[in-house]
Design a protein. Structure first.
Length: 324
């Protein structure tokens, strides 16, 4: 029965990929930038492994359905060409709503740019920044984790102000461990196998542009007890003729867990318009009483552009008393 569900899930997702209607223009591209050092250290392959993790807010909102404690996160990214991105997130379980709630804020800022006239004189200074405020909810329904985000998106381009609404939806299912008999000789045990899918940035126009909508399906399982492999297949639901950004993209992520204290991550991306194939990251976990502090770092090298560094701080706590 499990194998039938896996095959059906794959078929339905690729059927949706193949029937997508493409749009010619896209806006709010900052929504495609990865916000989490933990996730980006593994090349963004997180759609199927975010259960109970605050990092899932941006990648697959179904993951917040498994949140069992209060979580806070701050991430910062010194991106290419004097662009900085900061991210704040919060999630917690809510018994009254029979699920979990979340909220996040993305703030992207570009250093002011001087505007010159034909004589080379500075006549104005242009400013650019983007904001995305989200509110999410997730719950468990008959073993399936489902969730969604409502996002208010604002773009400031010099004197032009743009505003739009977008939605994210996701689902996640975790299988019990099972085995596969290979060639009647080898018994392969599949541990912590899970499947996830997310549809991101469905919304109104922002100005004259459409949101960068995409559909993702992800698979993950443990190769050995300490090593997990995750694969995400991403299909942007738009096209832009001068780029290959309408093609399928694949993210491969690996995470090695050393005694729940130190985690090493590697990632590889395929078929992206701005090549940054390899990623590297790590996480350090520190526990104090009923709370846990996690520091994550990720490094990505772009082929034609600058190197990028991400840092995330995550706090998990069982009760508000920690703050008193």
């Amino acid at each position: 029965m499990k194998k039938v569900l896996i095959i059906l899930f794959i078929f339905l997702n690729f059927k949706l990929y193949s029937s997508s209607k493409y749009l010619d223009i896209k806006g709010a591209n900052f929504l495609k930038i990865g916000v989490s050092a933990k996730v980006e250290g593994g090349a963004g392959a997180f759609t199927s492994i975010g259960s109970g993790d605050i990092n899932s807010i941006h990648y697959n909102p179904a993951g917040i359905a498994g949140v069992s404690n209060i979580q806070f996160q701050f991430s910062t990214l010194d991106w290419i060409d004097n662009v900085s991105l900061n991210y704040l997130a919060f999630s917690m379980p809510n018994k009254k709503l029979e699920g979990s709630i979340s909220s996040s804020l993305i703030f992207l800022y570009l250093s002011p740019v001087d505007y010159y006239n034909s004589w080379g004189e500075v006549i104005d200074t242009m400013s650019f920044y983007n904001l995305a405020l989200s509110f999410g909810y997730g719950r468990i329904l008959k073993g399936y984790k489902v969730g969604g985000n409502l996002k208010l998106v604002y773009e400031r381009i010099h004197y032009k102000n743009l505003l739009g609404l977008a939605f994210d939806f996701g689902a996640l299912y975790e299988f019990e461990d099972f085995s596969i008999n290979l060639f009647d000789k080898y018994l392969l045990i599949i541990r912590e196998f899970s499947i996830g899918t997310s549809l991101k940035n469905i919304g109104t126009k922002i100005g004259a542009d459409y949101f960068p909508t995409s559909w993702t399906i992800g698979y993950s399982f443990k190769i050995i007890k300490e090593l997990k492999l995750a694969v995400d297949i991403v299909k942007p639901i738009y096209t832009f003729e001068s780029l290959i950004d309408s093609d399928y993209k694949v993210n491969f992520g690996f995470e090695y867990n050393f005694k729940e204290i130190f985690k090493l991550r590697l990632g590889y991306r395929v078929n992206y318009d701005i090549p940054n194939n390899f990623t590297l990251g790590f996480g350090v976990h520190t526990k104090y009483k009923r709370s846990e502090l996690i520091v994550d770092y990720a490094y990505a090298a772009y082929t034609y552009l600058e190197k990028t560094n991400r840092i995330s701080l995550t706090l998990k706590t069982k009760e508000w008393r920690f703050w008193r």
